[in-house]
Design a protein around this ligand. Structure first.
Ligand code: PMP
Ligand code: GLU
Length: 386
Protein backbone atom coordinates (compact mmCIF):
# COMPACT_ATOMS: atom_id res chain seq x y z
CA UNK A 1 0.00 0.00 0.00
CA UNK A 2 2.64 2.47 1.05
CA UNK A 3 4.66 1.50 -2.04
CA UNK A 4 1.97 3.14 -4.21
CA UNK A 5 2.53 6.40 -2.42
CA UNK A 6 6.20 6.70 -3.26
CA UNK A 7 6.87 9.55 -5.67
CA UNK A 8 7.57 8.85 -9.33
CA UNK A 9 10.81 10.75 -8.84
CA UNK A 10 11.99 8.38 -6.10
CA UNK A 11 10.76 5.29 -7.98
CA UNK A 12 12.82 6.29 -11.02
CA UNK A 13 16.07 6.33 -9.08
CA UNK A 14 18.41 3.35 -9.10
CA UNK A 15 20.44 2.61 -5.97
CA UNK A 16 24.16 3.42 -6.29
CA UNK A 17 25.76 0.28 -7.77
CA UNK A 18 29.21 1.17 -6.41
CA UNK A 19 27.86 1.26 -2.88
CA UNK A 20 25.60 -1.77 -3.45
CA UNK A 21 28.46 -4.03 -4.63
CA UNK A 22 30.62 -2.76 -1.78
CA UNK A 23 27.94 -3.75 0.72
CA UNK A 24 27.50 -7.19 -0.84
CA UNK A 25 31.27 -7.82 -0.88
CA UNK A 26 31.60 -6.72 2.76
CA UNK A 27 28.82 -9.15 3.73
CA UNK A 28 30.51 -12.02 1.88
CA UNK A 29 33.84 -11.24 3.54
CA UNK A 30 32.14 -11.08 6.96
CA UNK A 31 30.63 -14.51 6.23
CA UNK A 32 34.16 -15.88 5.76
CA UNK A 33 34.41 -15.90 1.95
CA UNK A 34 37.78 -15.00 0.46
CA UNK A 35 36.47 -12.20 -1.72
CA UNK A 36 38.76 -9.39 -2.90
CA UNK A 37 36.72 -6.21 -2.81
CA UNK A 38 37.60 -4.08 -5.84
CA UNK A 39 34.29 -2.28 -5.92
CA UNK A 40 34.08 0.98 -4.05
CA UNK A 41 36.52 3.75 -4.93
CA UNK A 42 38.17 5.04 -1.82
CA UNK A 43 41.82 5.30 -0.81
CA UNK A 44 42.91 2.39 1.39
CA UNK A 45 45.20 4.81 3.26
CA UNK A 46 44.16 6.12 6.66
CA UNK A 47 43.39 9.83 7.11
CA UNK A 48 46.66 11.53 8.16
CA UNK A 49 47.01 11.70 11.93
CA UNK A 50 47.57 15.47 12.03
CA UNK A 51 44.14 15.91 10.43
CA UNK A 52 42.47 13.63 12.97
CA UNK A 53 44.11 15.51 15.85
CA UNK A 54 42.55 18.79 14.69
CA UNK A 55 39.06 17.24 14.69
CA UNK A 56 39.63 15.83 18.20
CA UNK A 57 40.85 19.22 19.45
CA UNK A 58 37.84 20.99 17.90
CA UNK A 59 35.51 18.51 19.61
CA UNK A 60 37.26 18.93 22.95
CA UNK A 61 37.01 22.69 22.62
CA UNK A 62 33.26 22.42 22.08
CA UNK A 63 33.20 23.32 18.38
CA UNK A 64 29.98 21.37 18.09
CA UNK A 65 27.32 23.91 17.14
CA UNK A 66 25.76 25.03 13.86
CA UNK A 67 28.11 27.01 11.66
CA UNK A 68 27.56 29.27 8.68
CA UNK A 69 25.50 26.98 6.49
CA UNK A 70 27.93 27.32 3.53
CA UNK A 71 30.90 26.44 5.76
CA UNK A 72 33.08 28.44 8.17
CA UNK A 73 34.77 31.44 6.61
CA UNK A 74 38.37 30.31 7.38
CA UNK A 75 37.66 27.08 5.48
CA UNK A 76 36.17 28.95 2.52
CA UNK A 77 39.19 31.25 2.58
CA UNK A 78 41.55 28.25 2.61
CA UNK A 79 39.65 26.79 -0.34
CA UNK A 80 40.14 30.09 -2.23
CA UNK A 81 43.86 29.84 -1.49
CA UNK A 82 43.88 26.23 -2.71
CA UNK A 83 42.23 27.29 -5.99
CA UNK A 84 44.84 30.02 -6.43
CA UNK A 85 47.77 27.75 -5.48
CA UNK A 86 46.78 24.66 -7.48
CA UNK A 87 44.60 25.91 -10.32
CA UNK A 88 45.46 29.58 -10.76
CA UNK A 89 41.82 30.45 -10.12
CA UNK A 90 40.73 33.49 -8.15
CA UNK A 91 37.52 33.23 -6.13
CA UNK A 92 36.12 35.12 -3.15
CA UNK A 93 34.91 33.16 -0.08
CA UNK A 94 31.26 34.01 -0.96
CA UNK A 95 31.68 32.05 -4.19
CA UNK A 96 32.47 28.88 -2.23
CA UNK A 97 29.90 26.49 -0.76
CA UNK A 98 31.15 23.65 1.43
CA UNK A 99 28.87 20.60 1.54
CA UNK A 100 28.68 17.04 2.90
CA UNK A 101 30.93 15.53 0.23
CA UNK A 102 31.39 16.41 -3.43
CA UNK A 103 28.38 14.18 -4.10
CA UNK A 104 26.29 16.64 -2.12
CA UNK A 105 27.88 19.61 -3.94
CA UNK A 106 26.96 18.02 -7.28
CA UNK A 107 23.37 17.38 -6.24
CA UNK A 108 23.02 20.97 -4.98
CA UNK A 109 24.27 22.18 -8.37
CA UNK A 110 21.73 20.06 -10.23
CA UNK A 111 18.91 21.41 -8.05
CA UNK A 112 20.13 24.94 -8.68
CA UNK A 113 20.39 24.70 -12.48
CA UNK A 114 17.72 22.24 -13.67
CA UNK A 115 14.22 23.30 -14.58
CA UNK A 116 11.96 20.43 -15.61
CA UNK A 117 13.16 19.03 -18.93
CA UNK A 118 16.43 20.95 -19.05
CA UNK A 119 19.07 18.86 -20.77
CA UNK A 120 22.32 17.96 -19.07
CA UNK A 121 25.01 16.40 -21.23
CA UNK A 122 26.87 13.55 -19.56
CA UNK A 123 29.83 12.06 -21.45
CA UNK A 124 30.01 8.26 -21.16
CA UNK A 125 31.57 6.43 -19.43
CA UNK A 126 30.34 8.44 -16.43
CA UNK A 127 30.21 8.13 -12.68
CA UNK A 128 27.05 6.23 -11.71
CA UNK A 129 25.52 9.06 -9.68
CA UNK A 130 25.41 11.80 -12.34
CA UNK A 131 22.34 10.59 -14.28
CA UNK A 132 20.40 9.82 -11.11
CA UNK A 133 21.11 13.27 -9.68
CA UNK A 134 20.00 14.95 -12.90
CA UNK A 135 16.76 12.92 -12.90
CA UNK A 136 16.10 13.74 -9.23
CA UNK A 137 16.45 17.41 -10.05
CA UNK A 138 13.92 17.15 -12.91
CA UNK A 139 16.52 17.38 -15.67
CA UNK A 140 16.93 15.17 -18.72
CA UNK A 141 20.20 13.26 -19.26
CA UNK A 142 21.68 13.39 -22.73
CA UNK A 143 24.57 10.98 -23.05
CA UNK A 144 27.57 11.93 -25.18
CA UNK A 145 29.35 9.05 -26.91
CA UNK A 146 33.00 8.25 -26.31
CA UNK A 147 35.75 7.88 -28.89
CA UNK A 148 38.47 5.19 -29.19
CA UNK A 149 40.38 6.86 -26.30
CA UNK A 150 37.34 6.73 -24.00
CA UNK A 151 37.08 10.53 -24.24
CA UNK A 152 34.15 12.69 -25.37
CA UNK A 153 33.37 12.35 -29.05
CA UNK A 154 33.47 16.08 -29.81
CA UNK A 155 31.44 15.84 -33.02
CA UNK A 156 28.72 13.98 -31.14
CA UNK A 157 28.87 16.58 -28.36
CA UNK A 158 28.25 19.36 -30.87
CA UNK A 159 25.39 17.44 -32.46
CA UNK A 160 23.42 16.89 -29.23
CA UNK A 161 23.39 20.53 -28.11
CA UNK A 162 19.87 21.98 -28.26
CA UNK A 163 18.12 25.08 -26.93
CA UNK A 164 17.36 23.11 -23.76
CA UNK A 165 21.00 22.23 -23.08
CA UNK A 166 21.83 23.67 -19.67
CA UNK A 167 25.08 22.04 -18.71
CA UNK A 168 27.83 19.56 -19.41
CA UNK A 169 29.25 17.41 -16.61
CA UNK A 170 32.97 17.04 -17.13
CA UNK A 171 35.09 14.70 -14.99
CA UNK A 172 38.86 14.74 -15.37
CA UNK A 173 40.59 12.61 -14.15
CA UNK A 174 37.62 10.39 -14.75
CA UNK A 175 35.78 7.78 -12.80
CA UNK A 176 35.47 5.02 -14.15
CA UNK A 177 38.11 5.27 -16.95
CA UNK A 178 40.97 7.25 -15.39
CA UNK A 179 41.29 9.29 -18.58
CA UNK A 180 42.70 12.82 -18.20
CA UNK A 181 41.82 15.58 -20.65
CA UNK A 182 44.74 17.59 -22.03
CA UNK A 183 44.76 21.39 -22.05
CA UNK A 184 44.12 21.34 -25.79
CA UNK A 185 41.11 19.07 -25.47
CA UNK A 186 39.73 21.24 -22.68
CA UNK A 187 40.20 24.34 -24.84
CA UNK A 188 38.12 22.72 -27.53
CA UNK A 189 35.36 21.82 -25.06
CA UNK A 190 35.49 25.31 -23.50
CA UNK A 191 35.12 26.95 -26.88
CA UNK A 192 31.96 24.97 -27.62
CA UNK A 193 30.55 25.61 -24.13
CA UNK A 194 31.18 29.37 -24.49
CA UNK A 195 29.70 29.49 -27.97
CA UNK A 196 26.43 27.97 -26.73
CA UNK A 197 26.45 29.42 -23.20
CA UNK A 198 26.51 25.97 -21.58
CA UNK A 199 27.42 25.63 -17.90
CA UNK A 200 30.34 23.28 -17.29
CA UNK A 201 30.13 21.33 -14.05
CA UNK A 202 33.76 20.34 -13.68
CA UNK A 203 34.15 17.47 -11.20
CA UNK A 204 37.81 17.56 -10.20
CA UNK A 205 37.78 15.29 -7.16
CA UNK A 206 40.61 13.14 -8.60
CA UNK A 207 42.74 16.19 -9.43
CA UNK A 208 45.72 15.03 -7.39
CA UNK A 209 45.57 11.37 -8.39
CA UNK A 210 47.34 11.75 -11.68
CA UNK A 211 50.28 9.77 -13.11
CA UNK A 212 53.08 9.90 -15.66
CA UNK A 213 54.19 13.33 -14.35
CA UNK A 214 51.15 15.00 -15.93
CA UNK A 215 49.53 18.10 -14.47
CA UNK A 216 45.83 18.55 -13.94
CA UNK A 217 44.24 21.47 -15.77
CA UNK A 218 40.97 22.95 -14.56
CA UNK A 219 38.80 24.00 -17.51
CA UNK A 220 37.83 27.11 -15.50
CA UNK A 221 41.43 28.32 -15.70
CA UNK A 222 41.38 28.62 -19.49
CA UNK A 223 39.92 32.13 -19.64
CA UNK A 224 37.48 34.54 -18.13
CA UNK A 225 34.51 33.54 -20.23
CA UNK A 226 34.74 29.82 -19.45
CA UNK A 227 35.49 30.53 -15.78
CA UNK A 228 32.18 32.39 -15.51
CA UNK A 229 30.33 29.39 -16.96
CA UNK A 230 32.12 26.76 -14.87
CA UNK A 231 31.25 25.36 -11.47
CA UNK A 232 34.34 23.64 -10.09
CA UNK A 233 33.68 20.74 -7.72
CA UNK A 234 36.31 19.24 -5.48
CA UNK A 235 36.61 17.67 -2.04
CA UNK A 236 38.85 16.09 0.56
CA UNK A 237 37.67 12.46 0.18
CA UNK A 238 40.21 11.27 -2.38
CA UNK A 239 43.04 13.75 -1.90
CA UNK A 240 43.38 13.26 1.86
CA UNK A 241 41.85 9.80 2.30
CA UNK A 242 38.82 11.31 4.07
CA UNK A 243 35.87 9.59 2.35
CA UNK A 244 33.91 9.03 5.56
CA UNK A 245 34.31 12.57 6.86
CA UNK A 246 32.00 13.98 4.16
CA UNK A 247 33.39 17.29 2.99
CA UNK A 248 33.17 18.54 -0.58
CA UNK A 249 33.06 22.02 -2.01
CA UNK A 250 32.33 24.06 -5.10
CA UNK A 251 33.22 27.42 -6.59
CA UNK A 252 30.86 29.30 -8.89
CA UNK A 253 29.90 32.74 -10.09
CA UNK A 254 28.26 34.63 -7.26
CA UNK A 255 24.55 34.38 -8.30
CA UNK A 256 24.81 30.62 -8.74
CA UNK A 257 26.86 30.19 -5.54
CA UNK A 258 24.14 32.13 -3.68
CA UNK A 259 21.35 29.99 -5.15
CA UNK A 260 23.22 26.87 -4.05
CA UNK A 261 23.86 28.36 -0.61
CA UNK A 262 20.11 29.02 -0.27
CA UNK A 263 19.28 25.42 -1.18
CA UNK A 264 21.75 24.13 1.38
CA UNK A 265 20.51 26.52 4.07
CA UNK A 266 16.99 25.08 3.68
CA UNK A 267 18.00 21.44 3.46
CA UNK A 268 21.08 20.13 5.28
CA UNK A 269 22.53 23.35 6.79
CA UNK A 270 26.26 23.21 7.42
CA UNK A 271 28.49 20.15 6.99
CA UNK A 272 29.62 18.77 10.38
CA UNK A 273 31.26 21.55 12.40
CA UNK A 274 34.43 19.88 13.73
CA UNK A 275 35.01 18.08 10.43
CA UNK A 276 35.26 21.46 8.74
CA UNK A 277 38.21 22.27 11.03
CA UNK A 278 39.89 19.02 10.00
CA UNK A 279 39.28 19.77 6.31
CA UNK A 280 40.76 23.24 6.80
CA UNK A 281 43.90 21.64 8.24
CA UNK A 282 44.12 19.09 5.41
CA UNK A 283 43.79 21.73 2.70
CA UNK A 284 46.20 24.25 4.21
CA UNK A 285 48.90 22.07 5.85
CA UNK A 286 52.02 20.63 4.23
CA UNK A 287 50.79 18.64 1.19
CA UNK A 288 53.57 16.03 1.04
CA UNK A 289 51.23 13.27 2.25
CA UNK A 290 49.54 13.33 -1.17
CA UNK A 291 52.75 12.67 -3.12
CA UNK A 292 53.43 9.48 -1.17
CA UNK A 293 49.92 8.19 -1.72
CA UNK A 294 49.98 8.99 -5.44
CA UNK A 295 53.37 7.28 -5.85
CA UNK A 296 51.89 4.12 -4.35
CA UNK A 297 48.79 4.26 -6.59
CA UNK A 298 51.03 4.69 -9.62
CA UNK A 299 53.16 1.70 -8.57
CA UNK A 300 50.02 -0.43 -8.34
CA UNK A 301 48.68 0.81 -11.66
CA UNK A 302 52.02 0.04 -13.32
CA UNK A 303 52.05 -3.46 -11.85
CA UNK A 304 48.58 -4.13 -13.27
CA UNK A 305 49.40 -2.72 -16.70
CA UNK A 306 52.63 -4.72 -16.96
CA UNK A 307 51.09 -7.99 -15.87
CA UNK A 308 47.55 -8.04 -17.18
CA UNK A 309 46.79 -10.58 -19.92
CA UNK A 310 46.56 -9.34 -23.51
CA UNK A 311 43.21 -11.14 -23.59
CA UNK A 312 41.80 -8.37 -21.41
CA UNK A 313 40.71 -5.15 -23.09
CA UNK A 314 40.99 -2.04 -20.92
CA UNK A 315 41.25 1.72 -20.84
CA UNK A 316 44.72 2.80 -19.71
CA UNK A 317 44.20 5.00 -16.63
CA UNK A 318 46.25 8.20 -16.55
CA UNK A 319 44.63 9.25 -13.27
CA UNK A 320 42.21 8.22 -10.48
CA UNK A 321 42.42 4.59 -9.27
CA UNK A 322 40.14 2.63 -11.54
CA UNK A 323 40.56 0.21 -14.40
CA UNK A 324 37.63 -0.24 -16.75
CA UNK A 325 37.96 -3.58 -18.52
CA UNK A 326 36.30 -6.15 -20.70
CA UNK A 327 36.93 -9.89 -20.79
CA UNK A 328 35.30 -11.99 -23.49
CA UNK A 329 31.93 -11.12 -24.87
CA UNK A 330 29.27 -10.92 -22.22
CA UNK A 331 27.13 -8.30 -20.58
CA UNK A 332 28.58 -6.25 -17.74
CA UNK A 333 26.31 -7.91 -15.21
CA UNK A 334 27.22 -11.40 -16.42
CA UNK A 335 30.91 -10.61 -16.32
CA UNK A 336 30.72 -9.10 -12.82
CA UNK A 337 28.67 -12.07 -11.63
CA UNK A 338 31.09 -14.62 -13.07
CA UNK A 339 34.09 -12.81 -11.62
CA UNK A 340 32.44 -12.84 -8.21
CA UNK A 341 31.26 -16.46 -8.34
CA UNK A 342 34.22 -18.05 -10.09
CA UNK A 343 37.16 -15.89 -8.97
CA UNK A 344 35.79 -14.16 -5.85
CA UNK A 345 36.52 -10.72 -7.29
CA UNK A 346 33.97 -7.99 -6.49
CA UNK A 347 33.80 -5.54 -9.41
CA UNK A 348 31.19 -2.99 -10.48
CA UNK A 349 29.26 -3.72 -13.72
CA UNK A 350 30.01 -1.11 -16.37
CA UNK A 351 26.44 -0.62 -17.64
CA UNK A 352 25.69 1.74 -14.76
CA UNK A 353 28.67 3.80 -15.97
CA UNK A 354 27.36 3.82 -19.54
CA UNK A 355 29.99 1.25 -20.57
CA UNK A 356 28.16 -1.94 -21.53
CA UNK A 357 30.24 -5.10 -21.51
CA UNK A 358 32.82 -3.61 -19.13
CA UNK A 359 33.43 -3.93 -15.40
CA UNK A 360 35.33 -1.51 -13.18
CA UNK A 361 37.90 -2.42 -10.58
CA UNK A 362 39.42 -0.02 -8.07
CA UNK A 363 43.16 -0.42 -7.46
CA UNK A 364 42.96 1.46 -4.18
CA UNK A 365 43.78 -1.75 -2.37
CA UNK A 366 47.09 -3.21 -1.16
CA UNK A 367 49.74 -4.73 -3.41
CA UNK A 368 49.08 -8.26 -2.17
CA UNK A 369 45.43 -7.97 -3.26
CA UNK A 370 46.50 -6.41 -6.56
CA UNK A 371 48.86 -9.28 -7.37
CA UNK A 372 46.22 -11.86 -6.50
CA UNK A 373 43.62 -9.92 -8.53
CA UNK A 374 45.77 -9.89 -11.65
CA UNK A 375 46.42 -13.61 -11.24
CA UNK A 376 42.70 -14.37 -10.96
CA UNK A 377 41.75 -12.04 -13.86
CA UNK A 378 44.34 -13.60 -16.16
CA UNK A 379 43.26 -17.12 -15.17
CA UNK A 380 39.63 -16.18 -15.87
CA UNK A 381 40.51 -14.67 -19.26
CA UNK A 382 42.41 -17.85 -20.27
CA UNK A 383 39.55 -20.05 -19.15
CA UNK A 384 36.77 -18.27 -21.01
CA UNK A 385 38.88 -18.09 -24.18
CA UNK A 386 38.61 -21.86 -24.53
N1 PMP B 1 32.72 12.61 -8.17
C1 PMP B 1 33.27 11.46 -8.55
C2 PMP B 1 33.69 11.31 -9.96
C3 PMP B 1 33.47 10.42 -7.65
O1 PMP B 1 34.01 9.27 -8.05
C4 PMP B 1 33.07 10.60 -6.32
C5 PMP B 1 33.29 9.42 -5.43
N2 PMP B 1 32.77 9.35 -4.28
C6 PMP B 1 32.50 11.83 -5.94
C7 PMP B 1 32.33 12.81 -6.90
C8 PMP B 1 32.00 12.14 -4.57
O2 PMP B 1 32.95 12.11 -3.58
P1 PMP B 1 32.62 12.57 -2.12
O3 PMP B 1 31.15 12.75 -1.99
O4 PMP B 1 33.14 11.49 -1.24
O5 PMP B 1 33.34 13.87 -1.92
N1 GLU C 1 33.06 7.44 -6.03
C1 GLU C 1 33.35 6.18 -5.45
C2 GLU C 1 33.05 5.08 -6.44
O1 GLU C 1 32.72 5.35 -7.56
C3 GLU C 1 32.68 6.03 -4.11
C4 GLU C 1 31.32 5.43 -4.06
C5 GLU C 1 30.28 6.33 -4.58
O2 GLU C 1 29.99 7.32 -3.90
O3 GLU C 1 29.82 6.04 -5.68
O4 GLU C 1 33.23 3.95 -6.12
Amino acid sequence: MIADKISVRAKNIKPSSTLAVNKKAAEMIAAGEKVINLSVGEPDFDTPDFVKQVAIKALNEGFTKYTDSSGIKPLRQAICEKFKRDNNLVYEPDQIVVSCGAKHSLFNIMLAICDDGDEIIIPAPYWVSYPEMVKLAGGKCVICRYNEHFKMDIEHFKSIITKRTKALILNSPSNPTGIVYTRQELEQIAEIACKHGIIVVSDEVYEKLIYDAQKHVSIASLGDEIKKLTVVVNGVSKTYAMTGWRIGYLAAELPLAKAIANIQSQTTSNPTSFVQKAALEAISADQSFIGKMVEEFERRRDYILSNISPLIEYCRPAGAFYLLMKIGNMSSTQLAQKLLEEEKLATVPGDDFGADGFVRISFATDMENIKETVKRLNRFAERIKK
